[in-house]
Design a protein around this ligand. Structure first.
Ligand SMILES: [Zn+2]
Length: 387
């Protein structure tokens, strides 16, 4: 059966009342599962539900469940709780209630922008080629960080009734930078996002990569942007084709991500799903990206990418996965332009027609009451189409 999971933040479910939200999701809309973020970076969220307080929810981020401290003894990187949680542990009741109701529950782990860890301990932070330490992102190639993420997934999967863990932020060359207001082009953003922290430099050099040459090449390319003002649009994999040290460095990093993914899969015993935000350019999609290797399924995150053709995107993404891997999709539950109310019905039908069997809807806290019936219609159409 076609699976539909509603993304629901714990604060939205708790403040509105868990049972009444799940009654709406399961009884009225007909979703088959819930995805709940168990870690995140800073959040400022305007909430749509009636009479919730605060109207704008804010947290500096962190971990949204009480961690089992014994699982983090092998890493110096420790979980930092979101201040919102205090001594409560709503993930416990959510997981039990979903199990009783026959709803699938997925735990979403944001792996890179994870609360205050980078600011709290810069030793674990990403560092760009110029030596700037990220205030918000941690380096997944750091062995302490990798062990921390592994322990975190084991924690949620063994201590709660979780059916799948969804990992976000694993893209080896994330196009995100710490300056969201300036866009020097996709390739330049990816060059800036490459981590040259001490841990990365040392491990890559030990693996035989000429890190100094890769760093020099990165600096030269970025300095050209700064001097000429010309953006670098092609994705990094296309740029690095004629640059063996840079290619080797990227490939080394991707291998670390693939290793992390496979260690999580072996350790946590439930389905492992990796998120990706598709970028521009055929090359990016076609390459053997570390964040897909070893995952049971890959979620193509279409939220914010609504200008690209969904059908083409799904075909390209499907082509890059291994035979046994499933492709899934994440769609915005509200119309991206505000007035195209049939967008969700159309997109979810396209997903089902493409032979995809699972979609996440993002997210319950931004679902206007007036759109509930439309979402139910979209879910029903998709289920009928997929038969
Ligand atoms: Zn690093």
């Amino acid at each position: 059966m076609f699976q539909t999971n509603m993304v629901g933040h714990l604060w939205d479910l708790v403040d509105e009342g868990l049972d009444s939200v799940l009654d709406c999701l399961q009884g009225r809309i007909g979703v088959t599962g819930v995805c709940t973020p168990v870690t995140s970076g800073p959040v400022r969220q305007l909430r749509y539900a009636a009479e919730v307080s605060p109207r704008i929810f804010q947290t500096r981020g962190g971990v949204f469940f009480q961690p089992d401290k014994t699982l983090y003894e092998n890493t110096r990187c420790k979980p930092l709780l979101s201040e919102w949680l205090r001594t409560r542990n709503p993930l416990n009741r959510l997981s039990q209630t979903c199990r009783e109701r026959g709803l699938e529950l997925r735990a979403v782990v944001e792996c890179v922008s994870l609360g205050r860890i980078a600011a709290h301990d810069p030793h674990f932070a990403r560092k760009n080629v110029f030596g700037d330490v990220s205030p918000s992102q941690i380096c997944l190639a750091n062995t302490d960080v990798a062990e921390f993420i592994r322990a975190l997934t084991v924690d949620v999967c063994t201590n709660y009734a979780i059916d799948a863990v969804e990992l976000t932020g694993l893209d080896a060359m994330t196009p995100r930078t710490d300056d969201p207001h300036h866009d020097p082009g996709l390739g330049a953003r990816q060059l800036l996002a490459l981590c040259f922290c001490e841990s990365c430099r040392q491990s890559a050099a030990n693996a035989g990569v000429d890190v100094e040459a890769a760093a020099r090449s990165t600096v030269v390319r970025l300095n050209t942007v700064f001097q000429t003002g010309q953006r670098i649009e092609p994705p990094l994999v296309a740029l690095a084709g004629d640059d063996p040290p840079l290619t080797a460095f990227i490939s080394w990093y991707r291998d670390r991500i693939a290793e992390l993914l496979s260690s999580i899969r072996h350790a946590c015993g439930c389905r492992v799903v990796s998120h990706t935000r598709p970028l521009g350019g055929e090359e990016e999609v076609a390459t053997d990206a570390g964040y897909t290797r070893g995952a049971d399924a890959v979620v193509c995150d279409y939220v914010g990418r609504e200008t690209s053709d969904l059908k083409c995107l799904l075909e390209r993404m499907g082509g890059m996965l291994a035979h046994q891997q499933r492709l899934e999709v994440q769609l915005s539950v509200t119309p991206p332009t505000g007035d195209d109310h049939q967008a969700l019905v159309r997109n979810l039908t396209t997903v089902a027609e493409s032979g995809i069997a699972s979609a996440n809807l993002d997210h319950y806290g931004r679902l206007p009451t007036a759109c509930v019936d439309l979402v139910r219609q979209a879910v029903r159409f998709a289920r009928r189409t997929s038969r």
